[in-house]
Structure formats: C-alpha cells, structure tokens
Design a protein around this ligand. Structure first.
Ligand SMILES: NC(=O)c1ccc[n+]([C@@H]2O[C@H](COP(=O)([O-])OP(=O)(O)OC[C@H]3O[C@@H](n4cnc5c(N)ncnc54)[C@H](OP(=O)(O)O)[C@@H]3O)[C@@H](O)[C@H]2O)c1
Length: 283
C-alpha cells in the first residue's frame, strides 16, 4: 500500500490519478480532500496534518511505501521530517520525496536550505529513498506568481533566464515508477523538461499555438514586488521567488537532464504538448 502525503497538491493529485490508472492501491493524505480533476477510485482519503504526529501514524499504518511532497513554507522541513519519522517508526520500506534544484545547506534560497534538511534526514533514516529535484513546473505558467496577467503578458524580472520547464505530470509518472518498481533507489533525480526556454520564447510558442498574442515584459525586481503585493501573496513567498529568479538569471539551475527518460524510457513532455493539452487555459 502506497501512502501519498500531499495528495491534494499539484503533483499529489496527478500521482493519485496515475496510481489509480495503474490499479495500484494507495492511501491519499492531506488536510482536506479536493474535488477538482481528482480520482482516487476505490482508494481511501485520510485527512490529517503533517504537524500532528498521531494523525500521520493512524493514516500511514499498514503502508509500505510513501510519496512525500509539502507546500513551500517556513515549517516545511519540520513537517517533512515528521512524515519521515513516522515512516521509520512504522517500518515503511521506501520513501520518494520531492525537493528543489541544488538543495544545499548553503543554498541561496530558503527552500534549498529547508529541503536539504529533510533530504539529509531521509538519507540517514535507513529507509530506501529517492529524491526528485524538479525544475520549474509548466503548471507555474498559469499560476499566480509566474503566470500571465490579464493582458496575456508575463511581467517578470527574467530577461534571458532559461528554464527547463517540466510538466508536473511527468514528475508524477517518475514518482509512480520509482515507488512501484524495484528500480534504482538511494538516488537523487534532477528532473527537467526536454528544452531550455526563456519566458520570451514560451510566450512566442503560446502565441503560435493558441493564435492569441502573448508576450514577455521584462520588469525590475521592485516592480515585481509591487505587482505581487497587490495580489496578496505572502511577503515570505515574494522574497523567496525573487531569490529563485536570481538563481535562474545566474544560470545556476543547470541544463536539461536525461533523468526523466532514464526512469520512464520516454522523453519528457515538451512545452508544445503541454500548451496544446491545456489550450483552454491559454485561449
Ligand atoms: N512549483 C515549482 O515550480 C517547483 C519546482 C521545483 C520544486 N518544487 C517543490 O515542489 C513541492 C510542491 O509540490 P506541489 O506543487 O505538488 O505542492 P502543492 O500543490 O503546494 O501541494 C502541497 C501538498 O502538501 C499538503 N500540505 C501542506 N502542508 C500540510 C500540512 N501541514 N499537513 C498536511 N498536508 C499539508 C497540501 O495540502 P493542502 O491542500 O491542505 O494545502 C498539498 O496536498 C515543494 O516542495 C516545492 O519546493 C516546486
């Protein structure tokens, strides 16, 4: 039985759909069950909280492998370490955790430093582990912080920055493959899409596919802060995103890798595929 921690999130929902289609038995865990595009079939939903140890013990009991993802935030490492501790206590055999590119004790971004703490804890836990470090999700392109404004413009301080955008569905497929097979374990996977693209290039591709004019407008960090403050996004998150922008502008996040193909035996989805499949969002 697979325990999906963070099942209501972007990757978690997609993973439940994938596991369901593979007829794998799983238990979906999160604070509350979402209704959108989410099919857990005959599998069980369990509500609880990563900061409530007992709720985790009750929900995870009887599971032999765990998928773990948690939303970004100050408590993230603490929450993830709780899940790993419960997995240890219950004799779980395998845990697949989502992390970030270049997670490190001395990482520039807070998330790199927090993820490093839970990565390190996991690696020393005695569990069989896999760590997924995905590049930026294609799903960000229609999100609140790195998506288009109402005039179909990306207004971001990202001139020249290159991203190896990955479809979160591919992350879910990689997680499903690692968690259900005897395949390589105790390994870090740097997951990327097949192309390095700037936001300007992405806007051109969306324009071409959708027939609507999309564009990229380079702005300063201060202008981005002003725009984000008006949307009500948490200040902590704005600062964090700006650090990530610097990381990408300095080209620190790296090149396209073959890790998705190595696990799945096929190339990752490219941006054209993603936009075509989600055309209603970009029309
Ligand atoms: N977005 C990117 O481009 C990107 C790139 C690389 C890595 N990442 C990493 O990917 C991870 C995020 O994955 P995602 O987008 O799938 O996450 P997400 O959509 O934010 O979902 C996070 C999941 O964790 C659950 N959760 C959060 N706090 C919880 C708590 N206290 N107790 C129980 N459940 C809790 C959420 O439940 P609720 O529904 O109740 O909130 C949700 O199910 C982060 O670690 C991030 O650093 C993101």
């Amino acid at each position: 039985m697979i325990f999906v921690a963070g099942a209501s999130g972007t990757i978690g929902q997609l993973l439940c759909n994938v596991l369901n289609s593979l007829n794998e038995e799983f238990r979906a865990f999160g604070r509350s069950q979402p209704e959108s595009y989410f099919d857990i079939g005959n599998n069980q939903w369990r509500s609880g909280n990563f900061d409530n140890y007992e709720s985790l013990v009750q929900a995870m009991d009887g599971c032999d492998s765990v998928f773990l993802t948690c939303s970004p935030g100050n408590q993230m490492a603490e929450h993830e370490i709780n899940v790993i501790k419960v997995a240890q206590e219950l004799g779980v055999k395998k845990l697949v955790k989502v992390s970030v590119p270049n997670a490190s004790r001395i990482g520039r971004t807070k998330l790199q430093r927090l993820h490093f703490l839970s990565e390190e804890f996991l690696q020393q836990s005695g569990l069989n582990w896999s760590i997924l470090r995905p590049n930026a999700f294609m799903q960000n392109l229609h999100g609140d912080t790195q998506g288009f404004n109402i005039n179909r413009k990306f207004c971001l301080p990202l001139e020249g920055a290159e991203y190896a955008f990955i479809d979160a569905l591919d992350i879910a497929h990689v997680a499903a493959s690692l968690i259900t097979s005897e395949g390589p374990q105790n390994k870090i996977f740097n997951l990327t899409g097949p192309d390095l693209l700037t936001y300007r290039e992405v806007a051109e591709i969306i324009t071409h596919i959708s027939g609507n004019k999309y564009s990229f407008n380079n702005i300063t960090d201060d202008e981005y802060i002003e725009i984000m403050k008006k949307t009500g996004v948490d200040t902590w998150f704005i600062d964090e995103i700006l650090e990530w922008f610097r990381e990408f502008r300095d080209l620190n996040v790296g090149n396209v890798t073959s890790d998705v193909k190595n696990v799945l035996g096929r190339a990752p989805n490219n941006i054209k595929h993603y936009i075509t499949k989600n055309l209603s969002i970009f029309s």
